[in-house]
Design a protein around this ligand. Sequence first.
Ligand code: TXA
Ligand code: MG
Length: 379
Amino acid sequence: FPSDQPDFQDPSTAEAIALASRHLLQGNTVAFPTETVYGLGALALDPQAASRIFATKGRPADNPLIVHVSSTAMLRTLLPSTYSLPPSYDVLMKRFWPGPLTLLFPSDPDVVPPIITANHPTVAIRMPSHPVARALIAVANAPIAAPSANSSGKPSPTRAEHVLRDLGGKLEIILDGGACDVGVESTVVDGLGADGSIRVLRPGGVTVEDIESALREEIGAAAPRVLVHRRHFEDAAIEAAPTTPGMKYRHYSPSVPVTLLYTSGHPPSDFTRTPAAEFFGSLKSADSSVTVKVGLLLPSDSRLLHHAKEVPGIEWFSFPLGAVSDPAVSAQRLFDGLLTLEERGVDWILVEEVAEEKEGLAFMNRVKKAAGESRWIEL
Ligand code: TXA
Ligand code: MG
């Protein structure tokens, strides 16, 4: 792994990290950048410090936290001493750590407090690659629990300004590392099952395709199968439990309604006819003196904007997601787009679908939850 304490160009960066780590060691919370989204950190092994995370976010106590480490030595301190890693974990850690991959490990409640795991027998752990995140953990020399730094249910923050607007009044320190590269949260993987399969509980920054090819390259024909929640497995216990990321609670929703638009398979000219025109028309106010503001999150090469703009009585605000062929850019810009359009005061946000491949899988997972099942519309 690269060094967990790089030489930062600007000495004030190291100073800010030192200050923030002291604040953490005193049992307080700190918001900090990671490569995925901004995190709200506190000492993972101090139940009182961890409880401040739940209070600040308004997070339900039955939703467990991810523990962040800066080294494999720190990881070892969290695991039962006799535990040997599944071979697939060696591969995944070698290929994707530090980075946006979270793995479940068996948890010893005498080591990791039950407030972190919400009393589950496993603990979710990742090693972030953002130099500020990793240095913060290394300087504190302590595992840091960190959910996304947003009020529970809101879109995750990908810029320091997003954190400031949402939680600013409740935080003493926000480390500003600029915009997050990945823009969606880490992929959450459970490889602990008896069958050895790799179960993707939450799609995220490391794609399913990348996990499959890493396992195939390193293990060959004996590589375990990669199963994606809701695509390959439905688990009644998981459905009912909040441990399936985002299953039980409202997630990723700005204060304005979000609608997911399915557009594939339609020639562009179709958008002027029903049901697209009908749908756009339905957004207008019955009172013709009122202009409705509608935000659009669309691939930059989408044909939809052109047709939407033909509908009178609506003021459109578009936020480009990058080319449709580049789902990593769509994922990187999604939460920024939702939060930026909300900030502009739109009455409604429409998001055009992206193919559920590579980073597009995480993108669609978040949009579906932001919209809620009643607001998926086929144009
Ligand atoms: O990229 C990320 O993972 C960001 C950054 C800050 O690292 N963190 C993040 O944390 O997204 P949070 O709390 O917003 O999401 C963690 C997800 C939750 O949905 C939770 O249900 C799941 O991970 N999780 C945590 N512990 C788990 C466990 N033991 N079993 C299953 N799921 C778990
Ligand atoms: Mg979150």
